[in-house]
Design a protein around this ligand. Structure first.
Ligand code: GLU
Length: 435
């Protein structure tokens, strides 16, 4: 039997990182089993429908490379993949239950009459355990609302059956709905899929992460300069672990070793600091050419676009996210803005005088400047002027960048070139004199 899994998001807001997390396990399991990954939009809650969020669902899956085999904009053999386009189907199946005398009308809505005796049980793949609910906990529930739209519980079951879904991988919050679903399967005489309810995702405050609490939109991570490989690796480690306890592994490797047994059913801690660390690792392990390409794609309307080659080696060890590149290298692309306090923090007594000496040295140095000679000249000047070598080099750094922290000084100067460096030191002198 072909394995068929589905992601069934409701387009009611920006897909949050938990949606990407579920999509990862759907995708990985489908690939592992040479099965199919299906996208179905559960858009029957008209009041909460947000068109933008539908686009963002597609964009998120595209960014992460979770290509689906069937879905709203691809099609397939099971009719439309948006529930709002399947209303006739739900009507027909509600009718079938009515004929079996399993429904009752209630203020224009149709309810399903639940069994009240016995219990409903399934074996959950996460945690490899049986979950049991006494049937008397399950009230008769609405399957078709008075606006003639189906409820989540009903449309979800009808579609999972019609789309021949074999494994339902979804959030923990749906555990309490599962007995209702199983009762519907039974009423129709259908075989239910297997269920895997993912552990609860919790944030830094240990509270459940949700659209309303703490979860950032999946695409915000893209905007923040995270790499899709790092996000995927990070999501894989949420509630699941590599059988050899590896921290860093690729999607392909995960597909090879994936097993539901590797889930830790207790909650999964979403730790942004770890994500940042992991992203930095991916950046450092990437070839310079690849990083150049990623940065170039990332930067929008930035003067560094197309001119990144020489800068990459300078920043590679210093950025954790692609976005860190911007503040770190701003001074290379535009004249710095100086700040009196930063100059004062250098604790150099006569700044103006010192900078005049710096300029003299720079102008006298033979071009093109070379690193060794450059260092010697300024070490000597520091000694002569009785300031520390650190003070001297920080002074140069602040003069050319306005900042106390930059990529290595001499390499930065090489990018600026001699003339621009001298101009900047002169500008800095002007600033120090006038402010
Ligand atoms: N539409 C539900 C959601 O938004 C789907 C839950 C499920 O996978 O059954 O998460």
């Amino acid at each position: 039997m072909e394995v068929r899994v589905r992601l069934a998001p409701s387009p009611t807001g920006s897909p949050h990182i938990g949606t990407a997390w579920q999509a990862l396990f759907d995708y990985v399991f489908a690939k592992k089993m040479s099965g199919k990954f299906i996208l179905r939009l559960e858009d029957t809650d008209q009041a909460r429908y947000v068109p933008e969020s539908e686009k963002e669902i597609y964009e998120t899956l595209k960014w992460l490379g979770f290509e689906y085999d069937e879905g709203p904009n691809i099609g397939g053999q099971f009719g439309p993949y948006k529930q709002s386009e399947r209303l006739e189907i739900y009507k027909k199946y509600a009718e079938e239950l009515k004929e079996k005398n399993l429904t009752l009308e209630d203020e224009g809505a149709i309810r399903f009459k639940t069994k009240k005796i016995g219990e409903t049980k399934w074996h959950d793949l996460v945690g490899d355990k049986d979950i049991i609910f006494p049937n008397n906990t399950q009230e008769d529930f609405v399957i078709i609302k008075s606006d003639s739209y189906p409820t989540y519980n009903f449309a979800n079951v009808v579609d999972d059956h019609l789309m021949e879904i074999t494994h339902v991988i979804r959030g923990n919050e749906f555990i309490s709905s599962t007995p209702k679903h199983l009762m519907l399967y039974q009423a129709f005489g259908w075989t239910p899929p297997q269920f895997a309810h993912l552990p609860v995702l919790v944030g830094a405050d240990r509270a459940k992460l949700s659209k309303r609490h703490g979860a950032k939109g999946a695409l915000e991570y893209k905007k923040d300069g995270y790499l899709k490989e790092a996000i995927i690796n990070f999501l894989a480690l949420l509630g699941w672990s590599h059988p050899e306890e590896k921290e860093i592994f690729s999607l392909e490797e995960m597909i090879k070793v994936f097993d539901f047994k590797q889930f830790n059913p207790s909650s999964a801690f979403f730790d942004e600091t770890k994500l940042e660390w992991l992203n930095g690792e991916y950046i450092r392990n990437m070839s310079n050419e690849e990083l150049e390409k990623r940065l170039d794609d990332f930067l929008v309307d930035h003067p560094a676009k197309g001119k990144l080659k020489s800068v990459i080696p300078l920043v590679k060890d210093r950025i954790k996210k692609l976005s860190d590149f911007v503040p770190l290298t701003d001074f290379l692309w535009e004249s710095p803005e100086y700040d009196r306090e930063i100059f004062e923090s250098l604790k150099i007594q006569d700044l103006r005088l010192m900078m005049d000496k710096v300029i003299q040295e720079l102008e006298n140095m033979q071009k093109p400047w070379n690193a060794k000679n450059f260092e010697q000249v300024f070490r000597k000047l520091a000694e002569q002027e009785k300031i520390s070598v650190t003070q001297m080099f920080q002074l140069l750094r602040v003069a050319i960048s306005g900042q106390l922290v930059t990529p290595p000084l001499f390499e930065s100067i090489q990018i600026l070139k001699e003339e621009e460096t001298i101009n900047r030191v002169k500008e800095a002198i002007g600033f120090v004199t006038s402010s």
